[in-house]
Design a protein around this ligand. Sequence first.
Ligand code: SF4
Ligand code: SF4
Length: 403
Amino acid sequence: MTVTATGVGARIPIASALDPVTLILKLVGDVCNINCYYCFEKRKGGQSDDFDRISIEEVRSALDLMGDRPVAVHLHGGEPLLYGRENMRLLLAELSARDTVTAIQIQTNGVLLDEAWLDLLESSTPAVEIGLSLDGDEQHNSYRVNFADRQTVGQVREAVDLLCRRSLPFGMISVIHDRNVDDPDALFDLVSDIPSLVSLNVVPCYDQGTAPREVPSGNKGLLELIDASDGSVGDSWAVDPQAYVAFLRRFTERWISEGAYRRFNVEPIMSAVRRRRGRAPRMCHYSESKCGHIYTLYPGGRFGSCDELPAANSLLAHDVKKAAATTLDETWATPLGRKQLQVISAPLDECATCSAQSLCGGGCMASRLRMRAVDRAEDYCGYRRAFVFWLDGIMHKLEAQDA
Ligand code: SF4
Ligand code: SF4
């Protein structure tokens, strides 16, 4: 049996001693101040977290476990600003003092962001890079609601204005779901008008077959999402892979033809371009550096691989302080770690004979596991092939024009 990054029996590579890694800090677990319908924390399985904060000792242990690897730290939740300003100040001091920490990013829903928070986030070394979550205008952002089922779009637009007033470069994540997938022009027009935006990630909501851990309280509009055929609740917002390809194509065309690539980066387009050019993609979906390069720490010391994976398949250690006495490689070498690696890596078998492998890079293991569970693995790969071969054709044409 061949053991390569993508052959039959392949395993996701584990970060070698000096490989850069990402450490996601779930500062308050899955606790949030808003109540998005499609929140991926609500459909990952396991119990919802009590309100608890990651301690500085736990962060130290997780960084020790990363060894000498350069670490990009991502501050996540739930909502990471619920960590509180004084706790954040202590955390940023700890991260600033670590030579191995090369970048600090925060992903916030923006509702609590204000001048005082920005002063604090800008004061660390390196300064914290800010990412907001917004899916479009009022209609397209309508899954992102508060606990009274009210839209949050106005508050997020205030955060956008605040960042622009301070000329602070920031990124944005837009989830692509059934309500915005058919209108890529609306999202493109919206983001093109934001002067401080430097990066955008258009993330497909491949929630097929998932269900929230509990029906979000306060979501009165949930009734309209109930699938009448089987009465289930939970994946009505999922995006169809072919619809997402059409979205990506239109977005790419405008991003290139209008020269917007000079102003802001768009993922996954840029990573697909970089892979096509033989350069290292930034995004794990297009890279061999996947779930063995992305780690997550939860309050209470739970430590595992990428937080996109189901809780049961990502756990590597119940107590990061104990795990820190070993090495990252050793956490994967335990019976639990070996089992996780086998489960997470299983979809790579299909890449072994795939004609798109050199352009695609294998996609996201979490999405592929979800799609496999509902017998739609081929739909996922169909989207990957359709996009990377289409992009390859576009790049051939551009290269021919330049020649
Ligand atoms: S689960 Fe997906 S997003 Fe997470 S590291 Fe693996 S490939 Fe990347
Ligand atoms: S299209 Fe599917 S099988 Fe082919 S390389 Fe991509 S993820 Fe693997």
